[in-house]
Design a protein around this ligand. Structure first.
Ligand code: MIG
Length: 978
């Protein structure tokens, strides 16, 4: 038997280095298409596309075989139930499919279709297997955390039509579901207008359970005859097993896919369904020029050297799509964890031409297909983008409010090779006065890829390293992957096996596969006992050398399996509860990330710090746990450009704490590319530099002058704006709103901007960035959607009028504008880390709108603990009112047990400067303003403070400064400019 020896491991290392070395000389890196299925190579996708083709053929007499049995319909407590009968085969046998349509208080409707459990006899006929014999119905257990309150007002409509059932629901009963019985279809209406249609085109398909009938092998000469016979029937070739790339999926339960067409009449744009390296506005996937010829695929996978502008699957999936047009945004959340494909096509609208102008002349039609599970779809009727993020967030959870350090800058590479190396990098950042918060350790820190250990030669004193970092309040993130090395004398693998917590193969034995450590097992985090065990591994006295400033990175959790089909696990593997891997694949990564989060919560009794865990694989709901990044991109300009729509798409899909590897993972970026990437990266909610093991070092201090200085400026900008970012994160954590926002989200009425995905707004701050993503560019064209003035962030150059504006952008310039009407909180004192800024005073930038008004918010808490849940925070609303000529600060936070104590400390921090951009010219000559603060002593109630006015200069707006008004951030106050 093979057992890895020290020397064989060394050889594996040499081999890996060698492969990596070779790849340096591969001229154009390209994804290996042959490693991943096309729709045609994925049995159920092919079958359902063929089904759709038959349904669309005009000449066929085809009729959807799904009929809702009118006699079965009941309505009770906001829920309609019934049975859909599917007519099968020539004999007209029927399959019974229980339907529920649940009407929720949020105005959302949830439609589920299951398959009635068959008689014992039926099941026995099925292929013998240890797998469960019902459809997977536990996805909601992982994805859904709320929003399920039933609409008490939902009621059957009194107006009746034969063959139709109508239900009024939602706010003020404005929503209506019109359910047609034969064939079964649903129209979802808002204010009398149809926004979403189910099964309009008749693609609904639930491949029902059936016994496997062994067909005799065709004898010679009979083949042709058999083929002709089959041609009239369904294609059964992939029903009972299916092979791809030398792997065979045994499919013990046979075909069991679920499919449905969902149409958005009058909607030209659909967004969402990450993760794909494609534009934010989804493209058509069948036929025509400039379209994809493959559906968008959701099957979490470690796609090596992924290609751009592609519907290919990537590491994570969120089966949530929204459709947008002027005046309306709606959404569908397809809650299914199995492999899923989505076709998108557009058709000339069938809607009334009179209503055009609001509606698009185009309908978007989609076709969703998943390999197994029940059908479970949420229908969200908006009507605004914000309503959509809110209702989706109520269902799957809002972004966890991270610690402050987690939204600052992270420095990573594969690998910092020793504890000395880590401390050396840290010192160099300090030497160059470059701020950073977190340094990361990739897999090489371990002893031979055994997680929870340190390499005894290179990381001899992890405690000392942590202590060193802690001096500047810096943190360490260490990687922990889900593959557990199969080796002797490794307690982690011994426990995993002896406790029976590993994922099983189809025969019920521990599944063994190949990953970084060589032979490995995978922890099955669907099992509550696995989570309980996983928690024990992170305790400080178990994972020795770690402490409160150690956090975790989860990689490879798709899961990535080097020798598995499509680099992941066989679908017939078994998880806790005897569900097949097929059923749960897309949730797998989230369960691992979730276990890690739980473990971080309980490292030490009484530790109440918020966990931080980064994940590569994700599903709907992962936003509750931590951050994601877009995986292994390339150090190429095109990948820098692609990162912007990807990050925006994450935001509108409910998982906004997202970023891409700054600098590009594979390859060596030019100094110019690296610099531009840092400038763009300051606008990623998750901001981390990272690099492959074979690349040259590229920490910000490496490229030298002027690049290092320019990168430092970009990093300082991020740190300066941390109060604005943190406020945006807080908003995301309470409303589900994206942290960086695309044009359509901020300007839902501006149809010219619906497809724009290369510029971004930060939260509600009015900050609008257009990163430079082209080599040699010295300007960008930025789009502004309204007629507010937009001011250059750095020099107040004014851009007015909706449309495109050219901004000069030499290498040292970041195109960043401030939309008139906002008040932006900052902290202007440069520090080495965000932790050191905790008690720094604030600067407020008041950016006046056309009318001369502005408003904004600031959220501040300790950036560390959960005390904010007990009121330990400050939440202010600032307003500059033209009429009263005053800037005021008022409290908009609730209070709790810890409010008072918090206000005694943080509340006292000052606002040290107020800058007014677009200041009115009548302020010329003014030298003082009057400041008053609530609760101040009578003598100090009104104080005069120095004021300077700077007149407009060419295109540069006039601005003014109030120097040190000495008002506390936690108090109500007023600055009078009259
Ligand atoms: O197969 O841990 O995406 O960020 O540096 C590669 C090594 C494994 C993939 C991650 C990348 C990380 C690398 N990992």
């Amino acid at each position: 038997m093979y057992s890895p020896t020290a020397s064989s491991l060394r050889w594996t290392g040499v081999f890996l280095l060698f492969t990596a070395f070779c790849s340096l000389f591969t001229p154009a890196v390209m994804v290996k298409h042959e490693n991943f299925k096309t729709c045609d190579q994925s049995g159920f996708c092919k079958r359902n596309r063929a089904y759709a083709d038959v349904a669309t053929e005009i000449s066929s007499n085809w009729k959807s075989p799904y009929n809702l049995d009118a006699k079965s319909i009941t309505f009770e407590d906001g829920q309609l139930s019934g049975t859909i009968l599917k007519t099968v085969g020539k004999a007209g046998e029927t399959v019974r499919l229980p339907l529920t349509v649940t009407f929720l208080e949020s105005g959302t409707a949830r439609v589920t279709v299951d398959e009635e459990k068959r008689q014992k006899g039926d099941i026995v006929l099925r292929h013998d297997s240890k797998a469960r014999k019902e459809r997977y119905n536990e996805a909601s257990k992982w994805a859904i955390v709320g929003g399920l309150k039933i609409s008490s007002g939902a009621a059957l409509s009194r107006e009746t039509e034969v063959g139709t059932t109508k239900v009024h629901y939602g706010p003020a009963g404005k929503h209506e579901a019109v359910i047609h019985h034969s064939p079964f279809s649903i129209q979802f209406k808002r204010d009398g207008e149809t926004h979403i249609k189910f099964n309009e085109r008749g693609f609904m398909n639930m491949e029902h359970w059936r016994p496997k009938i062994e067909k005799p092998e065709p004898k010679e000469g009979e083949e042709q005859a058999l083929k002709t016979a089959e041609a009239t029937d369904e294609d059964e070739s992939t029903w009972w097993d299916e092979s791809f790339g030398g792997n065979t999926d045994t499919k013990p339960r046979g075909p069991e896919s679920v499919a449905l067409d969902i149409s958005f009449p009058g909607y030209e744009h659909v967004y969402g369904i990450p993760e794909h390296a494609s534009k934010m506005a989804l493209k058509e996937t069948r036929g025509g020029d400039g379209n994809y010829n493959e559906p968008y695929r959701l099957y979490n996978a470690d796609v090596f050297e992924y290609e751009l502008d592609s519907p290919m699957t990537l590491y994570g999936s969120i089966p949530f799509m929204q459709a947008h047009r002027k005046g309306s945004t709606v959404g569908v959340f397809w809650l299914n964890a199995a492999e899923t494909w989505i076709d998108v096509t557009k058709a000339k609208s069938g809607t009334n031409p009179l209503s055009l102008g609001v509606k698009s002349a185009v309908d978007t039609q989609t076709h969703w297909t998943s390999e197994s599970g029940i059908l479970d779809v949420f229908v969200l009727l908006g009507p605004t983008p914000k309503d959509i993020s809110q209702t989706y967030g109520e269902l799957t959870g809002f972004t966890a409010l991270p610690q402050q350090f987690a939204i600052a800058y992270h420095q990573c590479r594969w690998n910092y090779v020793s504890d000395q190396d880590v401390m050396d990098v840290d010192r160099r950042f300090d030497k160059h006065k470059i701020p950073y918060d977190v340094i990361w350790l990739d897999i090489e820190y371990t002893d031979g890829k055994k997680y929870f250990t340190w390499d005894p030669l290179t990381f001899t004193d992890p405690k000392k390293m942590h202590k060193h970092l802690n001096k500047r309040e810096r943190k360490l993130v260490a990687i922990i992957d889900p593959h557990i090395k199969n080796t002797d004398k490794y307690p982690v693998v011994e426990e995993l096996k002896s406790k029976g917590l590993a994922v099983k193969n189809k025969d019920g034995n521990d599944y063994e596969g190949w990953c970084w450590p060589g032979s490995s097992y995978w922890v099955d985090c669907f099992n509550p006992a696995s989570i309980a065990w996983w928690k024990t591994l992170f305790k400080y006295d178990s994972f020795k050398g770690t402490g409160p400033n150690t956090f975790i990175w989860n990689d490879m959790n798709e899961p990535s399996v080097f020798n598995g089909p499509e680099t992941t696990m066989p679908k017939d593997n078994l998880h806790y509860g005897n569900w097949e891997h097929r059923d749960v694949h897309n949730i797998n990564g989230m369960t691992f990330h979730n276990a890690t989060y739980d473990a971080l919560l309980e490292r030490k009794k009484g530790d109440i710090r918020r966990p931080f865990a980064l994940t590569r694989s994700f599903f709907a709901g992962s936003q509750r746990i931590g951050a994601m990044w877009t995986g292994d991109n390339l150090a190429e300009w095109s990948h820098l450009a692609a990162s912007i729509p990807m990050v925006l798409n994450q935001g509108i899909s409910g998982f906004p704490f997202a970023g891409a590897d700054v600098g590009g993972f594979f390859g060596n970026p030019s100094k110019e590319l690296l610099t531009r990437w840092y400038q763009a990266g300051t606008f990623y909610p998750f901001f981390r530099g990272h690099a492959h093991i074979d690349t040259r070092r590229r920490e910000p201090y490496i490229p030298g002058s002027p690049y290092t200085e320019i990168i430092t400026q970009a990093l300082r900008l991020r740190y300066q704006l941390l109060p604005a970012w943190y406020t945006a994160f807080h908003e995301a954590s309470t409303t589900g709103a994206p942290i960086v926002r695309p044009n359509f989200y901020v300007h839902p009425e501006d149809d010219k901007g619906f497809a724009i995905d290369d510029q971004l707004y930060i939260g509600s701050t009015g900050l609008l960035a257009k990163p430079v993503v082209a080599e040699g560019a010295d300007s960008v064209s930025i789009y502004t959607a309204d007629d507010q003035p937009y001011y250059d962030y750095f020099d107040y150059t004014t851009y007015s009028g909706a449309g495109h504006h050219t901004i000069k952008a030499p290498l040292d310039k970041i195109p960043l504008l401030m939309q008139g009407g906002h008040i932006i909180p900052r902290r202007d004192r440069p520090r080495r880390s965000s932790g050191l800024m905790k008690w720094d005073p604030f600067t407020l930038v008041v950016v006046l709108d056309k009318a001369g008004n502005a408003e904004g918010t600031l959220y501040v808490d300790d950036g560390e603990t959960f005390d904010f849940e007990q009121g330990a925070y400050i939440h202010r609303h600032f307003q500059f009112d033209k009429a009263t000529k005053a800037l005021t600060s008022i409290n908009i936070g609730d209070t709790g047990a810890k409010t008072a104590a918090w206000h005694k400390t943080m509340g006292k921090v000052r606002v040290e400067r107020v800058i007014i951009v677009g200041a009115p010219s009548e302020w010329k000559g003014k030298t003082e303003v009057v400041v008053s603060e609530e609760g101040a002593k009578e003598s100090a109630r009104k104080k005069k403070v120095e004021f300077t006015f700077h007149p407009a200069l060419g295109k540069k707006a006039a601005w003014a400064v109030v120097r040190d008004p000495k008002v506390a951030v936690g108090k109500g106050w007023k600055i009078d400019f009259s």
